[in-house]
Write a protein that binds this ligand. Structure first.
Ligand code: PDD
Length: 285
């Protein structure tokens, strides 16, 4: 039986009830986080917890138990008997329940806080063989640094890329590559890694941060500078990365074949370095 966390309690999922007046449901007035459990430990839980708290503060959602996040996250793994498995923990907080009105509820209400854990392993075939990305305009708002559950602008392009046979999108805003629908994108040229800087136009991925530090620790130069979409043909390698996919080589971006059309050596090396970091359970910085 799946056990979820809802508003201070661990309960069977089929008993979890959320009001239709919940602002997460009505407005997408809500933030979330996704953390990976590797059969015995979380990978970089402090960074995920810090990003969740930042999303709370940026959206002015007040959760008085925010310091219990790590404890609840771990408890979800154990209550669902996932201790020896690979899993994700999903955590969400909405501004709570109130009759529909754009203004924040007055008087203030408690947020709705929901979490679940479920088995998850990466798609090793796609990590091995690589995948295609679909180049498309980035239709999102200008606070992509907040991990909001209001994801329709991610979901629609993602579905279109999926329908066209691609694994992820490659968003372009003002002529430059920002990120994917649920991942960060890197390029390699002459041995140097390029990725969009952590501004409000992207989510500052935890995997992105760990890839950057693993690269720098191993003498691979990293430039946090956006790549123009019309420079893609000059890139020798590309990949996308996230908590749920780790590093996936991008072998094609729309009609443009990347490098030889197979995963390149720098991408392969970074996949190994990230694996080592995960296995050592020791994310840097
Ligand atoms: N997505 N950019 C976006 C828009 C994302 O949604 C994600 C993560 C990332 C990568 O962040 P991280 O490395 O911290 O997972 C970048 C999660 C996994 C999701 O929505 O399921």
């Amino acid at each position: 039986m799946e056990v979820v966390y809802l508003n201070g309690q661990f309960i069977p999922k089929d008993q979890a009830m959320i009001s239709p007046d919940d602002r997460g449901f009505l407005f997408g007035d809500s933030i979330y986080e996704v953390t990976r459990w590797y059969g015995g430990y979380f990978f970089d839980l402090p960074a995920h917890a810090a990003r969740f708290r930042r999303s709370l503060h940026e959206t002015r959602i007040v959760w008085k138990d925010e310091l219990k996040l790590e404890e609840i996250t771990e408890e979800l793994i154990h209550r669902n008997e996932l201790g020896a498995e690979c899993a994700i923990v999903y955590f969400q907080a909405t501004r709570g329940v109130a009759p529909r009105n754009h203004a924040f509820p007055n008087p203030e209400v408690e947020p709705t806080v929901y979490g679940f854990a479920r088995r998850h392993s990466i798609n090793t075939l796609v990590c091995e063989q690589g995948a295609g990305l679909w180049l498309t305009p980035d239709p999102r708002w200008n606070r992509c640094d907040i991990k909001s559950t209001a994801l329709i602008a991610n979901v629609l392009p993602y579905q279109e890329s999926h329908d066209r046979g691609y694994a992820e999108v490659c968003f372009v805003r003002n002529g430059i590559v920002t990120e994917g629908a649920h991942s960060n994108i890197f390029f390699v040229r002459d041995g140097t890694l390029y990725t969009h800087p952590a501004t409000n136009d992207i989510l500052a991925g935890i995997t992105r941060k760990n890839v950057i530090s693993a690269a720098r620790d191993n003498a691979i130069e990293v430039v946090e500078e956006a790549v123009a979409a019309d420079m893609i043909p000059y890139m020798q390698e590309a990949f996308y990365c996230s908590t749920t996919s780790e590093i996936v080589p991008a072998t094609r971006i729309s009609d443009q074949v990347i490098g030889e059309g197979t995963p390149g050596p720098v991408t392969r090396r970074l996949q190994m370095l990230l694996r080592d970091l995960i296995q050592s359970g020791d994310p840097r910085r």
